[in-house]
Design a protein around this ligand. Structure first.
Ligand code: TMP
Length: 215
């Protein structure tokens, strides 16, 4: 049997309104231009069951959801996502491009909701084992600009409706993660004009591809 090299796991993070969606297609195109087979997915969600849980987490404005219940729901969706989509793709040599992953849990449930980072780390170990992203692009932007961009979009979900203090805590936690993991997490200044952001994204992704090919 021929040995297929394991694929790589690329994630995209940032506050709501940081311009992550536009850049996902840039990342995907850059990978595909190098002949890489990409499976694009998102969290919370990524499977039919996970998408149902996503809807409960994002859109039930009518329920006072306990932070720990929110956290466990997100990890339940993640466990299914890893089992059904992420692991099979990586094992078969495909690359996975995921719109958010566990860094978002540290930022939103840890920074934003105030859940202990140790609790999140325990669930991360339990659900993911050794699975961690190989490359994370963090789109960073100040709160006023991200709010202005988010306002132009459809109805706000439970996180977009939060106070600025919550959003600031999310941003701070994201930047802390980037500082702690400089090899993996690359911060992209998303307040610049789009063409500059796109150039920075292409450059980071191409550097990563070169490093993988050179391994
Ligand atoms: P988005 O996919 O449109 O960015 O929305 C997903 C929302 O879910 C976003 O506001 C961040 C939030 N979220 C968490 O709170 N924790 C998580 O672990 C993940 C993956 C997302």
């Amino acid at each position: 049997m021929t040995h297929v090299p394991r694929g790589r796991f690329v994630t995209v993070e940032g506050q709501d309104g940081a311009g992550k969606t536009t850049n996902l297609s840039v990342i995907r195109d850059t990978l595909e231009s190098s002949g890489i087979h990409v499976v694009q997915t998102r969290e919370p969600g990524g499977t039919p069951w996970g998408e149902a849980l996503r809807d409960l987490v994002l859109n039930r404005h009518d329920i006072d959801i306990a932070p720990i219940a929110e956290l466990l729901t997100i990890f339940a969706a993640r466990a299914q996502h890893i089992h059904q989509v992420i692991e099979p793709a990586l094992s078969s040599g495909k690359w996975v491009l995921c719109d958010r992953f566990t860094d978002a849990t540290y930022a939103y449930q840890g920074g934003g909701r105030g859940i202990s980072l140790d609790t999140i780390a325990l669930l991360e170990d339990t659900v993911q084992g050794k699975l961690k992203p190989d490359l994370t692009l963090l789109f960073d932007i100040d709160i006023d600009t991200s709010n202005a961009r988010a306002r132009q979009r459809s109805e706000a979900d439970r996180f977009e409706s939060e106070q600025d203090s919550f959003k600031q805590a999310v941003r701070t936690q994201y930047l802390k993660l980037a500082k702690q993991n400089p090899q993996r997490v690359k911060v992209i200044d998303a307040s610049r004009p789009l063409e500059q952001v796109v150039r920075a994204v292409r450059s980071q992704v191409n550097d990563f591809i070169k490093a993988v090919i050179g391994e």
